[in-house]
Each structure stands twice: as C-alpha cells, then as structure tokens.
Design a protein around this ligand. Structure first.
Ligand code: TRP
Length: 334
C-alpha cells in the first residue's frame, strides 16, 4: 500500500485523453492505496492569473468529470488544493531552499514561456510552479505520483527538493521520502483531426459530450488519408479512428474484421465508425448518467470537497508539524 498523490489544473472539461491516460489509472489505484487527488486551483492561477473568471466553474467541471469516471470519495481524498492551506505553507518553506538555477533551467518552464506567448509568464509565481507541485506531493509524504511523461522534469525537481530538505534538516534521517513517478502505459488517444487530443487544438472529445455530440465528432473525424474514396484501400495503423477503436475495443474478432475490411476496401470508413460509435455509446452512457446525477446534487459536491479536504488536512498537518520542528521554528505553545 502506497500513499499516492496526483492533481489536475481546473482549466475546463476533461476529454477522452485525460480519461484514457490518467483517470482510468487513478480509479484503479484507489482500491489498494491511500490516494489524494487534488484540483490544483493555485496552479491554474499561475498561468491564468489575468482572468480567473472561469476558475470556480472549471473546478466544478473537473470534479464532475472525476466522479463520473469513478473516482470515489469514500476511497480517495478528493479536494481543492486551496482548501488545504498546508500546500502553500510548504511551498513557502521549500521556496527558501529552491535554487533559482534549478527553476530557470527547468525545460517545462522554458517551453511554456515559448508556447504561451499570449500570456505574460515572467512572474515570480510561475517560476515557482514546480515548487508548489513538489509541495503538493511532499506534504503527504507521497510515495507514488501517477502522471504523464510531460511531468517527468517536474517530478525530478520534487525529488531533488526532497533530498535537499532532508540534507539540510533531516539530521541524517529522512523527513520526506523521494516520490516516484508512476508512468502508466497510456494508450494513444488522437483528437478528431489526428493530432494529439488537446483542448487547445479544438480537436477533443469531452467526457461530458452527449451521445449526439460524440456521434457527430466521430463521423467527421479524420481517417487514413489514403482512403479518399470508398474504393481506396486503407491501413488501420495510419488511422486515428483505429486508435480509438482499440481503446474502446469491440472485441478481437470484430477488430480483425474491421482491419481486414479497411485493408481490402471491403468496408468504408463510415462502417468502421459506426462500430466505434456503438462502443463509445456503451462505454460512456453510465459515465454520463453518473455525471448527470452529481450535477443535480450540488450540496453533495460541497460535502465531498469538504470531507476530502478534511482527510487531506489530517495527513498534511502532521507533515507540517514535522517541517516546523525540522526548521527549528518556535511553536505557539512551546
Ligand atoms: N503539473 C501538473 C499538470 O500540469 C498538475 C499538478 C500540479 C500535479 N501539482 C501536481 C500533478 C502534483 C501531480 C502531482 O498536469
């Protein structure tokens, strides 16, 4: 049994890429581990500080998507980062020992500054993005962090900060275990245009998309460009619909049949897509039902977040007590 932490920024509704890449794994982990899953609103503010108008609504959207796919508040602590103040306390403590060079050299930082030209990210807060992320993880003394490959550099920084803190203040022992990244084999989920599914490309299929919307997106989705006409032969491995087909898996026999039909032009892309639409409908319908049920129970959502924050705080406050001790700070009743 491990302590597991992961988080997502509340930037809006989640899509099938999030579901296949992260959430399915998070749901599985909660069976055997002590899991903390946080909607990291402070992190969202680090890049979207100029316009927080959607922050509150987006946090709810993420929560609904999480609950819809099966994150279970009885098993995991599901909470909003800003509700557990210990995250920001540890962030300040770690910022004392975070060398500027480490932060400035962080490849993700450089990349984001280049990619998000429309936002001014040359702020003090944004430079410290990985310090807050390290705090999220270390405040629970987490062992495992299930994230995508794009977070590798951040995770490495968390490990280095843990080590540095232990070296300074651990007295030869260890205050923070070094958290390990947990990369899970993530199925490739392309968007409707064949590129990686991403909100910013406008090619995503959202978890909350209803069946008619899904149907329309899949029907107009790009396929193997070699199949311009119905009579052209295709290659499934060059087709983005095929990646989804494998994920939603209509069964091996059906997959073989579709592959053969594609390669021989025995079937058209629409025939193949109809099979996919049926599978997606079957897979997503219970998820949509769960989402709908939670949408109409706003009071319960508040309860879930309150309980989640309470569970999280119980663990985080113990860590902070160790941290204040280690830092040699005088306690209130000392
Ligand atoms: N940086 C992560 C992302 O963009 C979000 C995140 C913040 C996170 N704090 C975290 C992920 C702690 C894992 C652990 O996806």
């Amino acid at each position: 049994m491990f302590r597991v932490f992961s988080g997502m920024r509340p930037t809006g509704r989640l899509h099938l890429g999030h579901m296949a890449g992260a959430l399915t794994n998070w749901v599985a982990l909660q069976e055997e581990n002590e899991c903390y899953y946080s909607i990291v609103d402070w992190h969202a503010l680090m890049s979207d500080y100029a316009d927080p108008s959607r922050l509150r609504a987006n946090s709810i959207e993420v929560l609904l998507d999480w609950l819809a796919v099966g994150l279970d508040p009885e098993k995991s602590a599901i909470f909003i980062q800003s509700h557990v103040k210990e995250h920001i306390e540890l962030h300040l403590a770690l910022s004392m020992i975070a060398p500027l060079g480490w932060l400035e050299r962080n490849p993700t930082y450089k990349e984001q500054i280049l990619n998000l030209q429309n936002k001014d990210l040359s702020t003090y807060g944004f430079l410290g993005y990985p310090v807050l992320m390290a705090s999220d993880i270390l405040v629970y003394k987490s062992h495992k962090v299930p994230v995508g490959e794009d977070q590798t550099a951040h995770l490495e920084l968390s490990r280095e900060l843990a080590r540095r803190f232990n070296n300074f203040y651990g007295g030869g022992g260890e205050i923070f275990p070094e958290p390990e990244i947990m990369l899970t084999p993530t199925p490739k989920i392309p968007g409707t245009d064949g590129r990686k599914m991403s909100k910013s490309y406008g090619n995503s299929i959202e978890i909350a998309d209803d069946i008619p919307a899904l149907d329309k997106k899949i029907r107009t989705m790009k396929t193997d460009p070699a199949r311009e006409r119905r009579t052209d032969k295709g290659e499934p491995n060059k087709c983005p619909v095929w990646d989804l087909q494998k994920f939603f898996n209509p069964g091996k026999t059906k997959l073989d049949e579709l592959a053969l039909g594609c390669r021989t032009a025995g079937i058209g892309c629409i025939d193949c897509k109809k099979v996919l639409i049926a599978c997606v409908t079957e897979h997503m319908t219970p998820i949509h039902e769960r989402r709908k049920a939670f949408e109409s129970r706003r009071d319960d959502l508040a309860d879930i977040l309150r309980e989640g924050a309470k569970k999280a705080r119980a663990c985080a406050s113990r860590t902070m007590s160790d941290v204040y001790d280690a830092l040699g700070m005088l306690k209130q009743n000392e």
